[in-house]
Write a protein that binds this ligand. Structure first.
Ligand code: 5GP
Ligand code: ZN
Length: 136
């Protein structure tokens, strides 16, 4: 393995994967620990660690492939919807440091991936929004 990255090794065909789609930019393959039937990972072939160090052009191309593969999964599988997940940093659950998008098909009766929020305090939200507001 060139750089110790398991997803680079999969992209290079050095270790096997259950491939769903491949072109010059991405490879998509089944997750070995599927959250649901058809759980698929889409990765750029070129190594970057996460969203923030991946060039915009690469991200645009990868997201277009995420859409393509998700549409295909939805056509072939009897799923009723899907989640897209993209984790950045260990604290966010990222275990493989090669940027990747999860496509998790969802079926009626599933327990979906949801963020369990609690009602926000309006004053705190207003103060936070003022602090975070970005110039265009
Ligand atoms: P993360 O937690 O970093 O967002 O997701 C990494 C995903 O990669 C996990 O869902 C894990 O099951 C999957 N994974 C880790 N190693 C391999 C592997 O060698 N092959 C495949 N197909 N999936 C892997
Ligand atoms: Zn890599």
């Amino acid at each position: 393995m060139k750089n110790d990255c398991i997803f680079c090794a999969i992209a290079a065909g050095e270790i096997p994967s259950f491939k769903v789609y491949e072109d010059d930019v991405v490879v998509a393959y089944l997750d070995i620990n599927p959250v649901s039937e058809g759980h698929t990972l889409v990765i750029p072939k070129k190594h970057t660690e996460g969203l923030l160090d991946t060039p915009d052009e690469t991200l645009a191309a990868v997201v277009a492939r995420v859409k393509l593969v998700a549409a295909h999964l939805k056509k072939v599988l009897p799923c009723d919807g899907f989640n897209i997940a993209q984790n950045n940093g260990e604290v966010a659950g990222q275990t493989v440091k090669h940027v990747h998008f999860h496509i998790v098909p969802r079926y009626k009766g599933d327990d979906p991936l949801v963020f369990k929020g609690a009602k926000g305090d309006m004053e705190r939200l207003a103060a936070l929004a003022a602090r975070l507001a970005m110039p265009r």
